[in-house]
Design a protein around this ligand. Structure first.
Ligand SMILES: Nc1ncnc2c1ncn2[C@@H]1O[C@H](COP(=O)(O)OP(=O)(O)OP(=O)(O)O)[C@@H](O)[C@H]1O
Length: 514
């Protein structure tokens, strides 16, 4: 814990930030001390990211000031903040997938005082591995790393550049329980070494597991701050949403119907362009029936992405058979997948699910745009599409002043709700949901879980892929455990426990896909 008498690493005083008529942060006072993990909490759109973007120089405050070690600072660019030792681990990463991990580390913004020889970076990353246990895989292409592995690389990148104040924006979103434990231990070690850590998270269990202090934002303003040991989860939720949140509904019993997705003997190469590369998936057999949620449990990088890509036709299969709704699904393409009644809530929202420069209404109605009633004889009726978007905004509680806003300007949680609104439209026969509540606050998480439950009750088949074992256990009717590219076992919900699933996740042999 920090020495309270010391000057805070970061002090925000009366910080206000407006976007046009909208106030995203209102007179925020906040101290972040060296040696502490400070949880920044609030609903989707409460202003957490905006506030941290001010600290990291991405935005300028309209009023108020930011101090670092007692000195007023005004960073005009993120590089300035990084040079001063402030780094942010973003929800979406800033890595270049076509370069190796080491090459990514060696890339640097101008004027960071840090030797640019690759050998220096390699040595520095080895030092970081020795002190923090954070190991990278220097010669691997980032494109081949899982989201969890990319996150580790982001952290190493910031540490390589001398960051002393680290802001983690929902760091656990893609991590398995084991990886989260490692990250939590890392955060503690970094805090113990004198780093100041900000943790933006919607998961209160994590906050209680690692944080020393909390600050809650609601509608841009601070509504509570204090020691984590002096508050309860219910009190935090009440501060965040302004009232209690309803309990998640208990799983209703549904009798599964016809098989909607059948996968038999699926084998996929790691490198889609090289069939001789080691297998990413081997001998996969799966069945998802109407009215059932099949959960795929596994640590990040076990073959989840390859499975989704093979089913959707983004990645060729070396062998095996896939059927959709009882019919062979050959010559697979994403378009055919959608036309055959498939839908996808992808893990990587920024690269796959949304088109940032397009408006909210265009993003929400994208799947329905070419069909009546939004289009007639191929001609789009924009008024009808905007009306439909407004209806979905209300139904999915997407908070934006207007449907005409570019979707990239919405908070992460509101973007995710827009993706869900689009993908649930038209009641797809098969919904593939990958980490569907990533970045969502408690209330929105509740909403999505209910939507998934209702979709199942209406006879929809859901393939749920998540690194969050609690989520898999809470929602799935059956759980298939994926490790090293193979299904290690399928367990019915009533027989599934954390220990049993965890054992299947880790008991697998490394070969052949690691
Ligand atoms: N560049 C921008 N232009 C207009 N409005 C913006 C911009 N950036 C953020 N906002 C708005 O400011 C509000 C706060 O967004 P912010 O991303 O800070 O929320 P958050 O608390 O981080 O939410 P989440 O948990 O969903 O990530 C949102 O309503 C968002 O739409």
């Amino acid at each position: 814990m920090a020495n309270r008498a010391q000057t805070p690493a970061i002090r925000l005083s009366g910080v206000t930030k407006r976007f046009g008529a909208f106030t995203a942060n209102e007179r925020v006072d906040l101290d972040i001390n060296r040696g502490e993990i400070h949880a920044l909490l609030g609903e989707n759109g409460a202003g957490k990211t905006t506030l941290m973007r001010i600290v990291t120089g991405l935005y300028q405050p309209d009023e108020g000031e930011v101090q670092m070690d007692g000195e007023t600072i005004r960073f005009r660019k993120p590089e300035h903040a990084l040079r001063a030792g402030i780094g942010m681990v973003h929800q979406h990463f800033t890595l270049v997938p076509t370069l190796t991990e080491l090459q990514n580390l060696a890339m640097r913004p101008a004027r960071i005082p840090w030797g640019n020889a690759t050998a220096d970076v390699r040595r520095r990353s080895e030092e970081i591995a020795a002190t923090t246990g954070l190991r990278i895989n220097p010669d691997r292409m980032v494109a081949d790393a899982s989201i969890g592995e990319r996150q580790r690389l982001e952290i190493v990148k910031l540490l390589c550049r001398g960051a002393r104040i680290l802001i983690f924006d929902e760091p656990s979103a893609a991590l398995s329980p084991g990886e989260w434990d490692e990250l939590a231990a890392l955060m503690r070690r970094l805090a113990a070494e004198g780093h100041a850590i900000v943790l933006i998270s919607h998961k209160l269990t994590e906050v209680f597991a690692v944080a020393d202090r909390y600050t809650v934002l609601r509608a841009g303003a601070v509504v509570g701050t204090g020691l984590v040991t002096e508050v309860t989860p219910d009190e935090l939720v009440t501060m965040m949403v302004g009232g209690p949140v309803t309990e998640r509904p208990v799983r209703a019993h549904v009798n599964p119907g016809r098989p909607v997705l059948t996968v038999r003997g699926l084998g996929v190469a790691r490198d889609p362009l090289d069939p001789k590369s080691p297998p990413a998936l081997s001998g996969i057999d799966l069945e998802v029936r109407a009215g059932e949620i099949l959960g795929i449990a596994g640590v990040a990088g076990s073959g989840q992405n390859e499975l989704v890509e093979a089913v959707m036709g983004v990645r060729p299969a070396l062998r095996g058979r896939i059927e959709l709704d009882g019919k062979p699904f050959e010559d697979r393409t994403p378009r055919r997948f959608y036309q055959s009644g498939g839908a996808l809530i992808p893990e990587d929202r920024h690269h796959v699910a949304i088109v940032s420069g397009m408006t909210l209404w265009e993003n929400i109605t994208m799947r329905a745009l070419r069909r009546p009633p939004l289009s007639r004889r191929g001609i789009l009726n924009p008024a009808a599409a905007r009306g439909e978007a407004r209806r979905l905004m209300a139904e999915f509680d997407i908070r934006a002043d207007t449907e005409k806003i570019p979707i990239g300007r919405l908070s992460g949680g509101n973007q995710q709700k827009a993706v869900l609104a689009r993908e649930f439209t038209g009641h797809p026969a098969l919904l593939i949901a990958v980490q569907p509540v990533r970045g969502l606050d408690v209330r929105a998480t509740d909403f999505v879980y209910r939507q998934l439950g209702e979709h199942r009750a209406r006879g929809g088949a859901i393939l749920l892929i998540s690194m969050d074992l609690d989520e898999i256990l809470a929602l799935s009717d059956r759980i298939a455990v994926l490790a090293h590219g193979r299904i290690q076992g399928v367990v019915a919900a009533e027989d599934a426990t954390r220990t049993r699933i965890g054992a299947l996740m880790t008991s697998a042999e490394e070969a052949p896909c690691s």
